[in-house]
Ligand binder design. Structure first.
Ligand SMILES: Nc1ncnc2c1ncn2[C@@H]1O[C@H](COP(=O)(O)OP(=O)(O)OP(=O)(O)O)[C@@H](O)[C@H]1O
Ligand SMILES: [Mg+2]
Length: 356
């Protein structure tokens, strides 16, 4: 249906950004491959938008270099860079129709009128809004407006699509729907895409790779699975998904002490003599009938979350509460109930080890 947009590789080398005395980004190094969808994920204020704006040329980096394809774009103004951008709030022109909004970027590069008509029709079809062509933005829903914003950004077939929280102003249902639409459109066009979000579920669901940022630095880059299963820092472990943390002290070899009990771990221990923060996902803790496991505890709370029951267990030997996800079937078999005693098993290969 549409012509294939050729995505281009983006390389970011040693980018720093200062606002006065404040250091907003430090030593950012990242390569984004052609056709990839990468999410910048991190808490508010960590520098996601600043990095996206630097890539667009809307903000000037204090140091570092940016390459798009073989082109050094470090010092180019936004109009000379090859990207389309969509912001969080619908930045459509309110006094222009849907058609005129989508055509906007094509007029400014002098595309012939007939070609513009063709391209707009194609994009309207693609975003499923052909019947709304003559409407004004105020006559559209939020989700429809963001579709138009997306079509407008894609109209000139940019090599790079930049999305800054494009879904965050929408309600959950529309957001979920548009999430998969954006993803399939992006795949179909093969356009290299960066999407900023602070919604981890969105990042894990959509991205080929996730860039986890914190306080102006990149904490980890990886596929959603790598980020979830092999967090490289306690920050990533805590920020993505749910995680239990258990303080321990190194003992010898692959053993640590939790309270007065020795625990074996499989993953490499952090270097140095300091304490070790063990971490385990709620779904990795096994519950067993009382008397059967390594740890004793008492069920403090149970929350039914549909597919599983999020259970809070207070350990007997150590002053510690663990969150454990149990499927309803196992919960029935264990006769799990608040106040009951229960045993726990913490598989050693499920224990992550971080420096305390
Ligand atoms: N123009 C500016 N002048 C001074 N400080 C700025 C400027 N722009 C951003 N900052 C600061 O830089 C830091 C990073 O801001 P940025 O907008 O990139 O965060 P973000 O990760 O996009 O956050 P959010 O999720 O809230 O959008 C913040 O502490 C912010 O206050
Ligand atoms: Mg932002």
């Amino acid at each position: 249906m549409t012509q294939q947009t050729q995505g281009s590789r983006l390389e970011i080398h040693g980018v720093h950004k200062n606002f006065g005395d404040f250091s907003a980004l430090r030593d950012i190094n990242l390569t984004i491959e052609p056709g990839e969808l990468v999410c910048f994920l991190g808490p508010s204020g960590c520098g996601k938008t600043t990095l996206l704006r630097i890539i667009a040329g809307l903000e000037q980096q204090s140091a570092g270099q940016l390459l798009q394809g073989n082109d050094d774009i470090s010092l180019k103004p936004p109009k000379d860079r090859d990207f389309g951008i969509v912001f969080q709030s619908y930045a459509l022109f309110p006094n222009m129709t849907v058609t005129a909004n989508i055509a906007y970027g094509l007029h400014s590069v002098g595309t012939p009128k007939a070609r513009i008509r063709e391209r707009v029709a194609e994009l309207l079809e693609m975003i499923g809004l052909a019947e709304h062509a003559r409407k004004y933005p105020a006559q559209l829903s939020g989700g429809q407006q963001q579709r138009v914003a997306l079509a407008r950004a894609l109209a000139p077939s940019p090599g790079l699509l930049l999305l800054d929280e494009p879904l965050s102003a929408l309600d959950a249902k529309v957001r979920h729907h548009l999430r998969s639409e954006i993803r399939s459109l992006q795949k179909q066009l093969g356009v290299t895409t960066i999407m900023v979000t602070h919604d981890q579920e969105e990042a894990l669901a959509m991205a080929d790779r996730v860039v986890v940022m914190n306080n102006g630095v990149i904490e980890q880059v990886g596929t959603p699975l790598e980020i979830y299963q092999q967090p490289q820092s306690a920050f990533v472990a805590e920020f993505i998904g749910a995680m239990n943390f258990i303080d321990s002290a190194p003992l010898n070899g692959q053993r640590v002490m939790v309270g007065n009990r020795a625990v074996d771990v499989v993953r490499p221990l952090p270097e140095g003599k300091g304490g070790v923060r063990l971490a385990i996902r709620p779904e990795d803790v096994h519950l067993l009938p009382s008397g059967d496991g390594d740890w004793e505890g008492r069920v403090e709370a149970m929350d039914y979350l549909g597919a599983f029951i999020r259970t809070q267990v207070r350990l007997t030997d150590v002053a510690l509460d663990l969150v454990v996800d149990v499927d309803p079937r196992s919960a029935r078999q264990l006769e799990l109930a608040v106040g009951n005693r229960i045993c726990l098993h913490l598989p050693s290969d499920a224990l992550h080890c971080f420096a305390a």
